[in-house]
Ligand binder design. Structure first.
Ligand code: 5CU
Length: 365
């Protein structure tokens, strides 16, 4: 699989290290892992919308979720040279405040050690001890410099509990900027359950995953833009999951709503120094290519630029429902979309498949 000239890099690929899985097995509230008799198989229940008395409850959880050798096997099957692994949702969001610092240290050390088992093939986004408060978070950000394979942090949309437009987060964004650690922004909480209606359980995980996730991301970043975060922390870098949710598609509408808002005008927030959604998309934002269609990917490329999109798989989520060993349709669809949008063999395609990630995340050992 290795082609050092033009590597394929997967920047959206998750793990739950063994210690995290053990923690989940000791819990009965989301997030947890347990069996539902009479079936002996373990299921992973993480999303608020999936904790229901139905076959929608959780997903089967096998070794591909925690065994790093399975990640390498998956990479080899799909011609992926390098993966930038990240703890999957809901990260450490649920950890009691007093345990957050220690939990983040041990997870980040564990993930860094796993990367070291396959030098050059694995890098990682670290996890922040969000419930531990500002000082604990900044301290962990500074400690990450000592971990050889860490290249950024994965972050959900809740921040310290009030979202990413919370001014209390500015010192954290500044610490990330200073340490040149991009944020990989990833959704988890979706939209309130009431949005999905009374028959939501009949539809499996489709509504929260296909729509809840991308809208959550879109709303989080729009709130950051409205709060002027990118004017205050000008070099902050964010890689948005799922090609930015719906941000590329809605950027024009968001801009128009801003420009026509009398309240913003009265508050003096529509001045020349304002960074538009388009400015932020082209300066601070990178987009993964986990959108499963040429149409969506072209929107991402048009919004942020072809040198700002990066291949991803979302492994181990979205495995084939039947059969083992063969290539995953969820991965192949994204390869096909990149080829269709940028042209097979083109420099732009090579960028999206790996070179952009190598450049932005400095993936040399
Ligand atoms: O299938 C899912 O629920 C998920 C998830 O929770 N997180 C993710 O990154 N992809 C799919």
């Amino acid at each position: 699989a290795t082609n050092t000239k033009s590597p394929v890099v997967d920047i959206h690929t998750h793990v739950y290290p063994p210690s995290y899985i053990s923690l989940l097995k000791s819990r009965s509230e989301i997030p947890y892992v347990r069996s539902f008799p009479p079936s002996p198989s373990l299921r992973l229940v993480i999303l608020p919308a999936e904790d229901t008395e139905s076959t929608s409850r959780g997903r089967p959880v096998g070794a591909e979720y925690y065994d790093i050798s399975k990640k390498i096997e998956f990479m080899d099957t799909h011609s992926i040279d390098i993966s930038v692994i990240s703890l999957a949702n809901p990260w450490l969001d649920w950890v009691p405040s007093s345990e957050a610092a220690q939990a983040a240290q041990s997870i980040n050390d564990e993930v860094n050690t796993e990367c070291g088992k396959y030098p050059g093939r694995l890098f990682a986004f670290a996890t922040l001890p969000l419930s531990g408060g500002k000082e604990v978070i900044v301290k962990e950000i500074q400690r990450l410099k000592s971990l050889k394979y860490i290249r950024g942090v994965i972050l959900g949309t809740t921040g310290l509990g009030k979202g990413l437009d919370d001014p209390e987060l500015l010192p954290i964004f500044e610490a990330l900027q200073e340490n040149k650690l991009p944020i990989f922004l990833h959704p988890h909480y979706g939209l309130p359950g009431s949005v999905w209606g009374e028959r939501a359980n009949d539809y499996g995980h489709v509504l929260p995953l296909a729509l809840g996730f991308p809208l959550e991301t879109t709303i989080a970043v729009t709130r950051m833009i409205l709060a002027g975060v990118f004017e205050k922390v000008t070099e902050l870098e964010m890689i948005l999951a799922h090609s930015g949710g719906t941000l590329p598609f809605l950027a024009g509408r968001i801009e128009s709503c801003i420009e026509h808002d009398a309240h913003l005008k009265a508050e003096g927030k529509l001045g020349k120094e304002r960074k538009t959604v388009w400015d932020v998309l082209k300066k601070n934002i990178y987009l993964d290519a986990v959108i499963y269609s040429e149409v969506g990917l072209k929107a991402a490329i048009q919004a942020s630029g072809q040198y700002r999109v990066m291949f991803g798989t979302d492994h181990p989520f979205f495995p084939p429902l039947e059969g083992e060993g063969q290539k995953w349709a969820s991965v192949e669809t994204n390869y096909v979309a990149i080829k269709a949008a940028l042209g097979g063999g083109s420099e732009e395609e090579k960028g999206a498949l790996g070179r952009n990630a190598v450049r932005v995340l400095n993936l040399e050992v």
